[in-house]
Design a protein around this ligand. Structure first.
Ligand code: PLP
Ligand code: ZN
Length: 389
């Protein structure tokens, strides 16, 4: 047994609670559900020193993850990615204490592996045999590969414009792949027609456990800093699962008493070609409006109507954070400058966070002495066309 302290599924909108040991999608009110743990019991049984002795993967936090029996864990060695100082590039943009959490090193080439490892493992534990999802590429690739690892079937639908390598990842995993002429919402409509008793819907935030995998980025940042929080975290926001997950993780660590009350300001970085969260944040709204004609080279953040809009905006408002949109031309220039300064080929989504950091420093929102963590959510090698020779 992993001794998970998973207690219940809870709706953050209406408060309804559900048995966590039955497969669930959304709350009856339409909101995503959140996994809640018995943190009071966990506090008595677990401490940072114990975690420090464990293997360098995300399962080091197993008591705070939903899988009850370790026999169900499907792993390819995901998690515990480096938190790299980027002082040379940081100095160039006036943020010398810049750090990059490099998710390019996880299996499948993007941080989607975290959500897939935990989501697929928990699905298997709950007796699910076939999962289906729409994707902008990386999530489908990760779920297809982890489903194969776990012995589950996977059906994936993705836009024709998604990175070609992600189609091949689905193919090598033996998944059933549908290519859609349109955006992720169109892929979602196709999947909605396929799910039912035998096929479980694992669309973004339509099941509660992908979020649990992604929250481990928040635990890791804190542990890697010596159980301390940075001043600011910038996150390239599409569906927002990583941002919501990091916010959830920080709240759990605070409740455990492992960090103080002050949380980092969380920043949602989007593209000027698809910025529904930025528009909502700027208007002070609680919900986002769908973004028309979405388009950006940062394909992973092309999500015109995120289901988790309320939770994303909550995370920004609650931490004194902000939301900012950047241009493709700028982010591609920053991707290149960063590669030459630091030797790391970022994904376009990660590079968008650098452009955002530069702009926020120029406007004074970021101070010169602040410690700033940027999430590089995938490897640049998955996007060979982001750089010309
Ligand atoms: C999916 C994805 C994102 C956006 O992640 P969300 O948690 O859905 O906001 C960012 N970058 C990359 C590379 C992605 O694949
Ligand atoms: Zn509800």
């Amino acid at each position: 047994m992993t001794a998970s302290y998973l207690a219940v599924l809870e709706c953050p909108r209406c408060g309804t609670r559900y048995d966590a040991d039955q497969p669930r999608n959304l709350c009856t009110c339409g909101s995503p559900l959140l996994a809640r743990y018995d943190l009071a019991a966990a506090r008595g049984a677990l401490d940072p020193a114990t975690i420090a002795t464990r293997a360098a993967d995300l399962w080091r936090y197993r008591e705070l993850l939903p899988v009850r029996d370790a026999a169900h864990i499907a792993t390819l060695g995901e998690g515990w990615t480096p938190l790299l100082p980027a002082a040379r590039y940081g100095a160039r943009i006036g943020v010398p204490r810049l750090l990059v959490k490099d998710e390019g090193l996880v299996p499948t080439g993007s941080f989607k592996a975290r959500g897939a490892a935990v989501g697929v493992s928990r699905a298997r534990e709950l007796g699910i045999q076939h999962v289906a999802m729409p994707t902008n590429g990386n999530a489908g690739a990760a779920w297809a590969l982890y489903a194969a690892r776990a012995g589950l079937r996977a059906t994936v639908a993705m836009p024709a414009a998604a990175p070609a390598i992600t189609r091949k990842e689905c193919a090598v995993a033996g998944a059933e792949l549908h290519i859609v002429d349109g955006l992720i919402g169109d892929a979602g409509r196709l999947i909605a027609g396929l799910v039912g008793d035998k096929v479980f819907d694992v669309s973004t935030l339509k099941e509660p456990y992908r979020l649990e995998g992604k929250k481990t980025m928040g635990y890791e940042i804190v542990e890697q800093l010596g159980w301390r929080v940075p001043d600011v975290i910038l996150y390239p926001t599409g569906g927002g699962v990583g941002l919501i997950g990091i916010h959830k993780a920080l709240g759990e660590l605070r409740e455990l008493g492992w960090i103080g009350d002050k949380l980092p300001r969380l920043v949602a970085v989007q593209s000027t070609g698809c910025a529904p969260i930025v528009a909502a944040f700027t208007a002070g709204a609680r919900r986002a409006e769908p973004w028309p004609d979405a388009h950006t080279v940062a394909f992973g953040i092309t999500v015109p109507a995120p289901l988790g809009d309320e939770l994303i905006l909550d995370a920004l408002y609650a931490t004194g954070g902000t939301a900012i949109a950047v241009d493709d031309t700028d982010l591609l220039a920053d991707l290149r400058a960063f590669g030459a300064d630091e030797g790391l080929w970022l994904c376009p989504e990660g590079a968008a966070c650098l452009t955002a950091a530069r702009a926020l420093r120029a406007s004074g929102w970021l101070g010169e002495d602040e410690e700033v963590v940027v999430l590089n959510t995938g490897t640049g090698l998955k996007y060979p066309d982001s750089v010309e020779e």
